[in-house]
Design a protein around this ligand. Structure first.
Ligand code: LRH
Ligand code: MN
Ligand code: MN
Length: 406
């Protein structure tokens, strides 16, 4: 580690009144869940590229995820998607995860891959299809009980392509019916995270199109239902950090699916196109972390940070390492915001002063800080380099081609 660079950084931040030890403690507490599906083959609707060395089953996905955690210290849990990660014995998968120092994280039901769901799953006009879909949601609650998972992340592909294709209000009622049945089946310490997306695969309407609809359902269901913000699921130019602040204030922000988008639901490496957006999301979160209301602070403490990406053309493990490091970097920068300075400028009506107080934190180089934290945690200073220098990426080539894919 470059001690001089860190000493200078520390001196500079202390002079600004930043508690560097607290910043480090918060960085050490950061946890980012990675998705099992980010390790498997994936693609666009045009092509799924088959890569050599991709995990052949859920067990191997956890082995790859363990590499990311070992080198970054950030990712002790892995989300699963059912049936993509269907196994005979979830207890066995849990033991396998634990033997690698991991936990099974959020359970994601999958109601978008069977022909029967073409016209909708829980919102299908056919009661038999709705029953089957709700049955899958209940099955996922049981799986979560076996895997020890707290969170169930729900995303529905339900929607229509043409005006008149479906009865929007009936579908709204069917959605609530299914969610309410699932909600009742959950253990008291479980959470239902409701994810929204404004388009795709339905191009006319999506049954859960935005955060307001997700929040509407959550409020009707009860305190164990919260909203999941996937950063790729908004229209161009949407102010996501505003949504984040609003949902925290309603005490219903349950978690994130981080990824990067430019045009649609691109699912690219988080922070690769607009790192400032990620920084501003953390600004809102950290602003709320200092709130006098204990419920707001509890909401912030329970936000599940999860990656939801599909790496189509890039090697998957390094792509995941890049992703979590990008999140860590923007979080570190946001921790350098002096909230008192921002507030003082707001009180004065000092527009430029307030903007400056936020932006200047983004402009600091946090490399010395991150190196110090990693050194204290016994981690490689450069996790990406450590991975590329290791033999893991070469060893897994023995798995061959034709691994697990969506
Ligand atoms: C939908 C989505 C949702 C799915 C995942 C594979 O676009 O973001 O979270 O579960 O992608
Ligand atoms: Mn998602
Ligand atoms: Mn998505």
């Amino acid at each position: 580690m470059n001690d001089r660079a860190y000493a200078l950084f520390e001196e500079q931040q202390k002079a600004r009144g930043i508690d560097v030890e607290q910043v480090k403690a918060r960085l050490k507490a950061l946890r980012i869940e990675t998705p099992s599906w980010g390790y498997g083959d994936s693609g666009t609707r045009f092509k799924v590229f088959k890569k050599v060395g991709v995990p052949r089953n859920p067990y191997e996905k956890f082995e790859d995820a363990a590499q990311v955690h070992k080198l970054t210290g950030l990712c002790p849990s892995v989300a699963i998607h059912i049936p993509w990660d269907k196994v005979e014995d979830y207890g066995k998968l849990r033991t396998h995860a634990e033997s690698l120092g991991l936990k099974i994280g959020a359970v994601n039901p999958n109601l978008f891959q069977e022909d029967e769901y073409m016209l909708g799953s829980v919102t299908n006009a056919d009661p038999a299809v709705r029953r089957k879909a709700t049955g899958h949601l209940l099955e996922c609650v049981d799986i979560a009980k076996e895997t020890g998972s707290r969170d169930l992340s729900l995303w529905f592909a339900d929607g229509t392509n043409y005006p008149g294709q479906g009865d929007i209000r009936k579908r709204k009622a069917w959605m609530l019916e299914a969610l309410a049945e699932m909600y009742k089946a959950m253990a008291p310490d479980m959470r239902m995270l409701i994810e929204y997306k404004f388009f795709e695969p339905g191009f006319y309407h999506t049954d859960l199109a935005d955060w307001g609809m997700a929040l509407g359902y959550a409020l009707k269901l009860g305190p164990q239902a919260e909203v999941l913000v996937d950063t790729g699921h908004h229209a161009q130019g949407t102010n996501i950090e505003h949504i984040v602040a609003y949902l925290i204030d309603e005490k219903r922000l349950g978690g994130f699916h981080f990824n990067s988008r430019k045009y649609a639901d691109d699912d690219l490496i988080v922070g690769s196109a607009n790192p400032y957006e990620l920084f501003l999301i953390f600004y809102q979160i950290l602003n709320a972390a200092g709130d006098s209301d204990a419920d707001i602070r509890r909401t912030v403490d329970n936000i599940a940070y999860m990656i939801d990406q599909s790496h189509n053309i890039e090697p998957k493990i390094p792509a995941m390492i890049r992703s979590v490091l990008n999140v860590q970097t923007q979080y570190a920068k946001a921790l350098l915001i002096d909230h008192a300075e921002v507030e003082a400028a707001q009180r004065r009506g000092d527009v430029l002063g307030a903007e400056d107080a936020v932006r200047k934190a983004f402009e600091f180089d946090v490399t010395p800080l991150l190196h110090a934290v990693r050194e204290e945690e016994g981690l490689p200073l450069d996790p990406m380099k450590a991975y590329l220098d290791s033999s893991y990426g070469k060893d897994i080539m023995a798995r061959g081609k034709g691994g697990a894919s969506w």
